[in-house]
Design a protein around this ligand. Structure first.
Ligand code: CMC
Length: 430
C-alpha cells in the first residue's frame, strides 16, 4: 500500500500526498496533483529539494560519498577504465557482452569524421574563441546535417545519433584546439581506442611521428569514465529541459555544453588551476585565500570545493587524488600546483568554516593537475569534461523520452510584482 503524507494548508484545506520510495530507500513526496487540487504551488529556488524525474541511470548518496552508474560502484568502474564500455552501460542500462561492445565501438569509430563542409566553420571563429563556444556551436550545427534526429527519433535513429555525438565531439574538440594553436587538423583514425584517437588528433603533427604513451591513454580513459554521468545536475537538467520541448538531441546536448561551461559547474576545473596558479605566483601562502573564501563580503570561493549533493566526500575526488600521484610519478613530473592543492585541502578540511558547511574537494579539484600533466591546455579543461559527460547526457535524454510521465518542462513562479494598474500615456507621466 502506498504511504501517504498529509499536508494541512492555512485556508483549512488539506491533502494526502503519495510518498514514493526509490530503490535505495530514498523518499519523495509526489506533489504532481497539488496545484490542481489545492491551488498551491511549491517554491524551491535552485531545485534543492525537488526531484524532477524518476531515473535508473546513476545513484548518488551524498552523505556517504557513494556514486554508482546503473548500480555499479564508481570505484569498480575506475579499476580498469573503459570509456566506451561505460558509455554503452549508461545508454543501454547493462554492461555489453564482447560482441555488443565491439559493435558499439565500431559504430562510434565509423562516425568519427565530421562533414568536410564543417571544417570551414572553424575559420569563422577568432583565434581567441574559447573552445567551449566552438564546441557548442559545432554540436548544434550537427542538426543541420542529420535532420532525421528529431525529438521523437526512433530508437534506431537514436543509436546512430548517439554514436555520432560520442564520436564527432572528440574530433570537434581536437579540431578546435588545433585551430587555437594554428596547426593543421588531424583526422580521426578508426583503429585507435577512443582516448588514443583523441590524443592523436590533439597532439600529432604531420612533420613528425607521434608516439602514444599508454599511461596517458589510461589516465584519460579514467577521467572520461569518472565524468560520464552525475544524475540531475545543472547541465543534465538543461539537456532534459531542452529535450522536453522535443528539440533534437544535438540541440539539447549543445545547450548542456553551455550550462556546463559556468564556473560553478564544469567550468570550475579551469578555475581551480587558475586559482592554484594565482596562489603560486603570489607566493605569500595559502591562509590569505582561505580567509578570503570564508569572508561573506568577498565573492571569492575556494574553487573545486563544495557540492550541492556531496556532504561528505566526492568519491571521484578520492580516485583522482591517487591518480594525480600515479600519473605525475610515472611521467616524472613535479608540479608545484599539486603541493599547493594538497596543502589547501588539508587546511580547509581542518577549518570550522568548511567543516560546518560540509565543504569537501570535488573531482574538479584534481582534474586540472592531471590534464596539465597530460599536456591538455587550460582552456580545454571544460571541453574534456564534456567529452566524458556526453554519454550521460544521451542516457538522460533517452530516458526522458521513454518515460510516459514526462511532460514539457514548465516551472511555475510566485509572482511578486505590481498588481493591476492603468496605463498612463507618456504626456501624463511625471
Ligand atoms: N568556498 C567558500 N564557501 C563556500 C564554497 C566554496 N567553494 N561553496 C559553498 N560555500 C559556502 C557558501 O558561501 C554558503 O555559506 P553560508 O551558508 O554562510 O551562506 C554555504 O557554503 C552553502 O553554499 P551554497 O552556495 O548555498 O551551496 P550550493 O549547494 O548552492 O552550491 C556549489 C554548490 C558547488 C555551487 C558551491 O559549493 C560552489 O560555488 N563551489 C565552488 C565552485 C565549484 O567548485 N563548482 C564545482 C562543483 S562540482 C562539479 C559539478 O558537478 O559541477
Amino acid at each position: 500500500m502506498t504511504e501517504m503524507a498529509k499536508l494541512s494548508l492555512p485556508d483549512g484545506k488539506s491533502m494526502e500526498l503519495p510518498v514514493l520510495t526509490g530503490s535505495e530507500n530514498e523518499k519523495a513526496i509526489d506533489i504532481s496533483d497539488l496545484r490542481k487540487k489545492t491551488g498551491y504551488i511549491t517554491l524551491d529556488p535552485g531545485f534543492a529539494n525537488t526531484g524532477v524525474c524518476e531515473s535508473k541511470i546513476s545513484y548518488i548518496d551524498g552523505e556517504h560519498g557513494i556514486l554508482r552508474y546503473r548500480g555499479f560502484p564508481i570505484e569498480e568502474l575506475a579499476e580498469n577504465p573503459s570509456f566506451v564500455e561505460v558509455a554503452y552501460l549508461l545508454i543501454n542500462g547493462e554492461l555489453p557482452n564482447k560482441m555488443q561492445l565491439e559493435n558499439f565501438a565500431d559504430r562510434i569509430s565509423l562516425h568519427s569524421m565530421i562533414h568536410e563542409d564543417m571544417r570551414h566553420f572553424f575559420e569563422g571563429f577568432s583565434q581567441n574563441s574559447h573552445p567551449m563556444v566552438i564546441l557548442s556551436a559545432m554540436i548544434s550545427s550537427l542538426s543541420a546535417y542529420y535532420s532525421e534526429a528529431s525529438g521523437k527519433a526512433s530508437m534506431e535513429d537514436l543509436e546512430i545519433n548517439s554514436a555520432r555525438l560520442i564520436a564527432k565531439i572528440s574530433t570537434i574538440a581536437a579540431f578546435s584546439y588545433k585551430k587555437s594553436v594554428g596547426q593543421p587538423f588531424v583526422y580521426p583514425r578508426d583503429e585507435l581506442s577512443y582516448s588514443a584517437n583523441f590524443l592523436n588528433m590533439m597532439f600529432s603533427v604531420p612533420a613528425e611521428p607521434f608516439e602514444l604513451d599508454p599511461e596517458i591513454e589510461r589516465s584519460l580513459e579514467l577521467l572520461l569514465v569518472l565524468h560520464a554521468d552525475h544524475e540531475q545536475n545543472c547541465s543534465a537538467s538543461t539537456v532534459r529541459v531542452v529535450g522536453s520541448s522535443e528539440a533534437n538531441v544535438y540541440a539539447s546536448v549543445a545547450s548542456g555544453i553551455l550550462a556546463l561551461w559556468g564556473p560553478l559547474h564544469g567550468g570550475a576545473n579551469q578555475q581551480v588551476v587558475q586559482m592554484l596558479q594565482k596562489i603560486h605566483m603570489d607566493g605569500t601562502g595559502i591562509s590569505k585565500y582561505i580567509e578570503k573564501a570564508k569572508n561573506q563580503y568577498s565573492n571569492f570561493r575556494l574553487m573545486g570545493f563544495g557540492h550541492r549533493v556531496y556532504k561528505n566526500f566526492d568519491p571521484r575526488a578520492k580516485i583522482l587524488k591517487n591518480e594525480c600521484d600515479r600519473i605525475l610519478s610515472k611521467l616524472g613530473i613535479n608540479d608545484p600546483l599539486l603541493d599547493i592543492a594538497l596543502e589547501l585541502e588539508e587546511i580547509a578540511l581542518s577549518d570550522d568554516y568548511f567543516i560546518e558547511r560540509k565543504l569537501y574537494p570535488t573531482l574538479d579539484f584534481y582534474t586540472g593537475i592531471i590534464y596539465r600533466a597530460l599536456g591538455i591546455p587550460l582552456n580545454m579543461f571544460t571541453v574534456m569534461f564534456v567529452l566524458g559527460r556526453v554519454p550521460g547526457w544521451i542516457a538522460q535524454w533517452k530516458e526522458m523520452h521513454e518515460d510516459a510521465k514526462q511532460k514539457i518542462a514548465r516551472p511555475r513562479q510566485l509572482y511578486t510584482g505590481q498588481t493591476k494598474r492603468k496605463y498612463v500615456p507618456i504626456a501624463e507621466r511625471v
